[in-house]
Design a protein around this ligand. Structure first.
Ligand SMILES: *[C@@H]1O[C@H](CO)[C@@H](O)[C@H](O)[C@H]1NC(C)=O
Ligand SMILES: *[C@@H]1O[C@H](CO)[C@@H](O)[C@H](O)[C@H]1NC(C)=O
Length: 279
């Protein structure tokens, strides 16, 4: 940890305090939260900044990120603290913070991370600590959704997306209930199912018609990380599906109207340009 000589500390705190004033008067501290969306397993960055102008300044500025349930992350110089529930997935790099960027990085983002986050700057003048609100962010985390068509005898590759994937459930096309196909750490009973922990993937080999249905990857709270609908079709039939399908009248009409909207928009653009030229 880089430590400043003791005698300049009050000055630094004062700088932080002035900085806080700047934040307060800038547009950053807006009342409505900014919306950020991400997909499970990806990295999300919740933006936060305190004035670019002060980038070169070395200071012991102190950032705090909180949810309604309480503080989730804090950094003050090289010291940091993170709420246990996040299991080492949060970070505000020290270097980045020093340059005025207090953005919170959430690694391997989970459905349960959805919610509102608020950033604060903690400033200290002699022994008094004050929290200055910087920015509210609303994080939306989406699950993965997909469809696949495979032929009997082929293999199905199932991405588990995150290290927090705990189980895979399967619901047969004609059934209303689903059953566990795979549970992490448990002996799996199907010789056709292969788990690759390095790639974080499952392979279901030698598919048959009875494998047709919905596969869900679930986290420890039972929330769906991904939903995949599998259709089994003979190759020749599958090829036919990929050939152009006749469009229904409604989508055709929609197509036409969007084309004409595009046309009139470009006409508008042209006449706008003309009016610029002529006036
Ligand atoms: C702030 O830092 C984050 C990562 O820590 C980065 O993704 C983002 O681009 C940075 N923002 C600016 C304005 O540099
Ligand atoms: C694949 O499954 C079928 C039955 O669905 C079976 O007859 C065939 O032997 C299996 N092939 C392999 C390579 O296991």
């Amino acid at each position: 940890m880089k430590t400043e000589p003791v005698h300049i500390r009050p000055f630094i705190y004062l700088q932080c305090f002035l900085l806080a004033r700047l934040i307060e008067s800038s547009s950053l501290g807006s009342a409505s939260p900014l919306l950020i969306s991400s997909t499970v397993g990806n990295q999300a960055v919740l933006p936060c900044s305190w004035r670019k102008r002060l980038e070169s300044m070395t200071s012991t500025c102190y950032v705090q990120w909180a949810r309604v349930t309480g503080t989730v992350f804090e950094r003050r110089g090289s010291d940091k603290w993170e709420a246990d529930a996040f299991e080492n997935r949060l970070e505000v790099p020290e270097e980045t913070l020093r340059s005025g960027n207090c953005s919170l990085i959430i690694k391997d983002v989970q459905i349960g991370d959805t919610g509102t986050y608020e950033s604060f700057m903690v400033v200290k003048l002699t022994d008094q600590q004050t929290k200055v609100f910087i920015q509210g962010i609303k994080l939306l985390v989406f699950d993965h959704k997909s469809r696949q068509t495979l032929a009997p005898g082929e293999d199905l590759l199932l991405e588990l997306h995150t290290s927090h994937s705990l189980a895979v459930s399967f619901q047969h096309r004609d059934k209303s209930e689903s059953s566990d196909l795979w549970v992490k750490g448990q002996q799996n009973n199907s010789p056709r199912l292969v788990y690759d922990p390095l790639k974080n993937q499952l392979t279901l080999k030698n598919l048959s018609y009875s494998d047709e249905g919905t596969y869900k990857v679930l986290d420890k709270q039972g929330l769906a990380i991904s939903t995949m609908k599998l259709t089994i079709e003979e190759r020749t039939k599958a090829l036919k599906v990929q050939q152009p399908v006749e469009k229904d009248a409604a989508s055709d009409a929609a197509d036409r109207s969007s084309r004409s909207a595009l046309l009139s928009a470009s006409l508008l653009l042209v006449s706008f340009r003309f009016s610029h030229l002529f006036w």
